[in-house]
Design a binder for this molecule. Structure first.
Ligand code: FES
Length: 149
């Protein structure tokens, strides 16, 4: 039994209507939703495991796979693509020794790609933990990543 998961459930008085908030808090703690935590939520709250799992898979923000502390989204939409987004992505992959869709071994970074973040004018654009970085070039990648070490 994980104390942090129990404490999170208690914080919301095991209110079934707060299931999404409870899962959000657990994900904030672990950066993803561990299977054991979902089982614990199901047992303590008396919600069928299948229902907890359905909620956890319904929202794109939830991840059932281990994720890094920092989520990097590299835009590969058309506007960013023509301005060199692929080179930026490859540079990040080399720096972190992972490929898109993967998480670094130390669980510091998860690298994902998206198809437009709505800031095409400043492409190539990258978003890290909600912070946008525009007009990125390969030689700016190091300093941007260092901010999140
Ligand atoms: S194409 Fe990259 S932000 Fe729109």
């Amino acid at each position: 039994m994980d104390e942090k998961v129990s404490a999170t459930i208690n914080k919301y008085n095991a209110d079934r209507g707060q299931l999404v908030s409870i899962l959000q808090d657990i994900q904030t703690e672990y950066y993803y939703l561990p299977k054991e935590a979902l089982i614990q939520v199901s047992e303590i709250m008396g919600i069928p495991a299948s229902q907890v799992y359905n909620v956890a898979t319904f929202f794109r923000a939830f991840s059932l796979e281990p994720r890094g502390k920092h989520l990097i989204n590299v835009c590969l939409g058309t506007a960013c693509h023509v301005r060199g987004a692929v080179r930026v992505l490859e540079k990040i992959e080399r720096n972190l020794l992972i490929e898109r869709g993967e998480t670094t071994k130390d669980r510091k970074f998860t690298l994902e790609t998206v198809n437009c973040m709505g800031c095409c004018a400043v492409g190539p654009a990258v978003k890290i933990d909600g912070e946008y970085f525009g007009q990125l070039s390969t030689d700016k990648v190091d300093s941007v990543l260092t901010k999140f070490e």
